[in-house]
Design a protein. Structure first.
Length: 90
């Protein structure tokens, strides 16, 4: 297989973390980048995905806050969407 070298400037911390993650997936960083480039060519789109299994700190704090409000009875419940809209229109 013919190959060429692509030089890309990357923050060393990002490279190290990416190498760790690709190794956990059974890939090399070069293999992952080649896969990305093939997908780019095939789909003509760039797709970035967040790991949905790891909630952000903001989401975790929002969940904790809503749990406290629910425990304190500070919430509203509606039987249908008309009730909810009527409440919001007040």
């Amino acid at each position: 297989m013919n190959s060429t070298i692509v030089n890309v400037k990357v923050d060393p911390k990002i490279k190290k973390e990416a190498q760790k993650i690709t190794a956990e997936m059974g890939l090399t960083l070069s293999g992952a980048i080649n896969g990305f480039l093939r997908q780019l060519i095939r789909s003509k789109t760039v797709f970035f995905s967040l790991n949905e299994n790891t909630p952000s700190d903001y989401l975790l704090s929002s969940i904790k806050e809503s749990e406290k409000e629910r425990k304190n009875g500070n919430f509203h419940s509606f039987k249908n969407n008309k009730e909810a809209i009527k409440f919001l229109d007040k």
